[in-house]
Design a protein around this ligand. Structure first.
Ligand code: BTN
Length: 266
């Protein structure tokens, strides 16, 4: 880990249990996903690793969006993992990552959190964390994935001014949040365990708990599809591949991608 005065490795180490990942902390990177994808694709990194950028200058979000963060109040990192599953058998991994984040934050007593399909972590219905899963290498029976996580740790008014959606952070009612080091350790503990279980057993091991923490299960949702059209209906289920089952216009449809708008925050 880095000797950067901005990162207290001993706090992180103190909270790590059964961690699979070699942790490397770098003062500044454009994007931890870009960095790790390049390392893994070129086989410079072959074991599970975690790259943390204390300052990420060009973070990427889902669907080509940007992910803004700052050097004091954000946690931005990526991990890589080789799954013994083809890429098509790994499509529900982002949902498992969302559950790992949910459980890690819950263990740190950060309350009022929920999951919005497929993998947004909301707090009081505002965005708290984002997940970007990308493929570095694949074979017929395996997929080596890079999983990037961005988490708003402390309150940042400047960041909010530059983002077009309401942001949440990890602070409690006294305005105090866990340190980035402790957050990372607890997140890695959960990811280590959940990746192993997902690899061996698949999404059905997680489905029930995912649905329990989903903000819109059995509720009316508006789903904006990649072509820009919107479907309104009842969220009825989540399938093994991570797709969502919606009842609308007297029929049931399965959607693999799209953006959910909750009625309550529409
Ligand atoms: C989203 O759009 O919700 C996903 C955001 C993912 C952001 C994280 S921050 C660390 C990693 N590096 C990136 O460039 N993106 C991900």
């Amino acid at each position: 880990m880095t000797k950067s005065p901005l990162w207290r490795s001993q706090i992180c180490e103190q909270h790590l249990h059964n961690n699979l990942f070699d942790i490397r902390v770098i003062d500044e990177l454009s994007s931890t996903n870009d960095y790790l994808l390049d390392e893994v694709k070129h086989r410079r990194i072959a074991t599970p690793s975690c790259i943390v950028a204390l300052n990420q200058t060009n973070g990427r979000g889902r669907q080509g969006r940007r992910w803004l963060s700052d050097s004091k109040n954000s946690l931005t990192f990526s991990v890589n993992y080789l799954f013994n599953r083809s890429l098509t058998e790994s499509t529900s991994l982002p949902l498992v990552v969302a559950l790992a984040i949910y459980d890690a934050l819950n263990a740190l007593h950060i309350d009022d959190i929920g999951i919005k399909w497929p993998n947004d972590i909301l707090r009081q219905q505002k965005k708290l964390a984002g997940i970007l899963v990308e493929c570095a290498n694949r074979t017929q029976h395996s997929s080596e994935l890079v999983i990037g996580i961005g988490l708003n740790v402390g309150k940042n008014d400047l960041l909010q001014e530059n983002v077009d959606q309401p942001l949440a952070d990890c602070t409690n009612t006294e305005g105090v949040s866990p340190s980035r080091e402790e957050l990372l350790a607890v997140l890695l503990n959960h990811l280590s365990l959940y990746f192993k279980v997902f690899d061996e057993k698949g999404f059905h091991q997680f489905k029930e708990r995912w649905l329990t923490h989903c903000l819109h299960f059995k509720q009316q949702v508006a789903l904006t599809l990649p072509d820009g059209s919107t479907i309104e209906g009842l969220h009825e289920d989540i399938l093994e591949d991570g797709s969502i089952l919606v009842r609308h216009d007297a029929t049931q449809s399965v959607f693999h991608s799209g953006e959910i708008r909750l009625r309550s925050i529409a």
